[in-house]
Design a protein around this ligand. Sequence first.
Ligand SMILES: Nc1nc2c(ncn2[C@@H]2O[C@H](COP(=O)(O)OP(=O)(O)OP(=O)(O)O)[C@@H](O)[C@H]2O)c(=O)[nH]1
Ligand SMILES: [Mg+2]
Length: 362
Amino acid sequence: MAAPDRPTPVPGRDGVSALKVMPGVEIPPPPPALKPARRNAPDPAAFALGVLAGDRVQLARAITLAESDAPRHAVPAADLIQRILPSSGKSIRIGITGVPGVGKSTFIERFGIFLCEAGHRVAVLAIDPSSQVSRGSVLGDKTRMEELARHPLAFIRPSPSGGTLGGVARKTRETMLLCEAAGFDVMLIETVGVGQSEITVRQMVDFFLLLLLPGAGDELQGIKKGIVEMADGLLVTKADGDNQLRADAARSEYARATHHIQSPTPGWTPQVGMCSAVEGTGIRDLWETIQKFRETTTRSGVLEHRRADQSRAWFDALLEDGLHQWFLSRTGMAEHVDRARNEVLQGRTGITAAVHSVLERL
Ligand SMILES: Nc1nc2c(ncn2[C@@H]2O[C@H](COP(=O)(O)OP(=O)(O)OP(=O)(O)O)[C@@H](O)[C@H]2O)c(=O)[nH]1
Ligand SMILES: [Mg+2]
């Protein structure tokens, strides 16, 4: 058997400096800005300038920084958001939900292209907590939303992966602020129509749109009534071909149903429409509805109020998160919490007493 080849040391790796490969040649130390330790340090000021100039490459990098879970990125990421904050907030933020297969991706592609053709700059984001493993459905969608992805006025970013719904939401929210600062004036934020993520998206958008299949009668299609109650607009999809009649019937039924449901937005009655993303019908009407919504809620102050409420809730949630993490990071605390919880599960301590015993350690 031949002896294995000894691998050649690679400069920049294997502890070999590319600057010292020539024996006897002395290279002066690099100037401070090029010191290896700083090479990868993100520069929030430079990122912010790039984002504000609408540079897409810098925007993508800035988002990656904001999404990072690495503790060393926390400070520069916060600095970056701080710098772009005054230039954010000027878009109309639209949340889109619906059960799997209802036609979200197809609709977003068609709607997005419609908006781009009207001169808008559209960012498509997503919240999909299940994307921890698969890297997110929208990544696959980016290839499906081929035409929109290629459009120079559109920007598509898959759902951040990893972590809790709260963590994913924080990242998407900051991505939204960055996209706004980069000049995108319509945000389309998709979420899968299952679980808690609708509530989270509702908490970060102005207008919440629920897509519905053209087979009504199915008792709101297994959609929780609570989700219908969060919507500012309902849109029956696939209103084409054989589905046309059923879509019509579904639209009427939902229009009747919404009369009995309290609107999530004071002074606004949820509108029910239908569309075919394949044929492109109903898209313009929807956009007119959303513009009317924006005018109405801006005039009444409801929009400003909603955003203030959202910021307040967001602040409280982050503070709570931070406190929780800080609490568990205290020496021995995580173990103590586990022990106390086990005592409860084994019926040896009541819940209130167990929680007290944990808090007493502070
Ligand atoms: N006839 C018709 N079919 C449509 C329309 N929109 C979507 N579809 C079809 O419905 C199926 C599901 O569409 P998607 O856009 O992938 O649905 P989705 O909600 O994104 O699905 P998930 O990503 O799995 O949650 C596909 O086969 C589409 O071709 C439409 O307007 N008309
Ligand atoms: Mg999809």
